[in-house]
Design a protein around this ligand. Structure first.
Ligand code: SF4
Length: 173
């Protein structure tokens, strides 16, 4: 489920009655987890959208629109995936005290890599993430490799469970 944060006046979403706080539950029967699902599953001229309004009413829409016409919905940002590594040279550890709290977040999120160009190590991927990267063809992703030798890489990342990055790269299309 993803919540709507903004609806553009006069847009398709506005005409449907979506509003800030509307919960986007599924598209074509597939549950929505974050903005990536929303972007990719609605990138079609026709789809079924299941929502829940703030008053609890659930509605299913059959949407038809030309791809040139945006839906006019902004959705809540994803909860940032945190880094599972403890590099000795972590740039976050090198920051001075007293900065904004968000600057101390050790993010390691392939979704932000696709969306904004952040670097990610891919050490915290679940099988579902790998499947989604392949299905959505998320490219480019900006990967912090550190080293291709798995032993050296785990040592640099201070993460004994870091996967072999070359095997991971070969698994991608
Ligand atoms: S991968 Fe990046 S954020 Fe994570 S510990 Fe290493 S330098 Fe810090």
């Amino acid at each position: 489920m993803i919540k709507v944060t903004h609806v553009a006046p006069g847009s398709i979403a506005d005409e449907l009655g979506l509003q800030p706080g509307t919960e986007l539950l599924s598209v074509n029967g597939r549950e929505l987890d974050d903005f990536l699902d929303w972007q990719f599953l609605t990138a079609d001229e026709e789809f079924t959208l299941h929502i829940r309004q703030p008053d609890g009413q659930e509605i299913e829409y059959e949407i038809e629109r030309p791809l040139t016409e945006p839906l006019g919905v902004a959705v809540e940002p994803a909860r940032i995936r945190r880094c599972a590594n403890r590099c000795d040279f972590c740039f976050v550890d090198g920051l001075p005290e007293g900065l904004r709290d968000v600057l101390y977040i050790r993010d390691d999120d392939y979704r932000l890599s696709f969306q904004y160009g952040n670097f990610a190590t891919l050490t915290n991927l679940k099988l579902a993430d790998e499947a989604r990267i392949i299905e959505y063809r998320l490219s480019p992703l900006y990967v912090s490799v550190h080293a291709t030798d798995p032993v050296i890489r785990r040592w640099l990342l201070r993460n004994p469970t870091a996967p072999d990055i070359l095997m991971r790269a070969m698994a991608r299309p």
